[in-house]
Design a protein around this ligand. Structure first.
Ligand code: GRF
Length: 203
């Protein structure tokens, strides 16, 4: 018995790759990645999933209502018996109706030390541009539960990364990914998978 995990992606999938590699290395014993959902048919993350033999689903939001999009996502999650949803570079906003249906069952990786540089408009490179513009000496990554407030859910894990004098947004993003995101997300996946497994096996 393992916690069934779905990873939702939109882009390169380096965080998905970290999860795949961690599972293969036995670092996520309580969970198993069963499905990768992308809102972008061209996401390289889909190739990474296919190479790892993980089932994929492309569910696009473009030109559709949030309700239609989320109904398809919900059906894919239900039909695969998913217990835990991991947002890994997923760019579509999920409504509060959707997140309310999965309390403590959706986690997200954000490339800053929340509550700094988070919320509306803070995604991808913009996060690192803001950190450099502010002149902070330390940044990092955060894994948190997802609720109706963008990047507002309970914090699960954080890891700090030093900023270097000659950092650009790109060099900083790469170092935060390598030193923080790719380490934190698998750890958080195991922590929450074990919590879910425990609640499922408790009478
Ligand atoms: C990463 O910066 C991550 O922090 C953010 O999305 C970006 C893309 O990550 N959530 P990935 O390579 O698609 O996993």
């Amino acid at each position: 018995m393992k916690t069934a995990i779905a990873v939702m992606v939109s882009g390169g999938g380096t965080n998905l790759q970290a999860l795949i590699d961690a599972e293969a290395a036995g670092a996520i014993p309580s969970g198993s990645i069963r499905l990768v959902i992308s809102d972008n048919p061209n996401a390289y993350a889909l190739q990474r999933a296919a190479k790892a033999g993980i089932e994929t689903a492309v569910i696009t939001k473009k030109g559709r209502s949030a309700a239609e999009f989320e109904a398809d996502v919900t059906e894919a999650l239900r039909s695969h018996g998913i217990d835990l949803i991991i947002l890994a570079g997923f760019m579509s906003i999920l409504s509060s109706d959707f997140t309310a249906r999965y309390p403590r069952r959706i986690i997200n990786i954000h490339p800053s030390l929340i509550p700094s540089f988070c919320g509306k408009g803070f995604y991808g490179l913009h996060v690192h541009e803001a950190a450099l513009a502010k002149g902070v000496k330390v940044t990092g990554a955060t894994v948190h539960f997802v609720n109706e407030i963008p990047d507002g859910g309970e914090i699960i894990l954080q890891k700090a990364v030093n900023i270097r004098p000659n950092d650009t947004p790109e060099t900083l993003q790469k170092r935060v990914m390598r030193q923080a995101e790719w380490k934190l997300l698998p750890k958080a996946a195991e922590l929450v998978s074990a919590e879910i497994l425990k609640s499922k096996t408790e009478v």
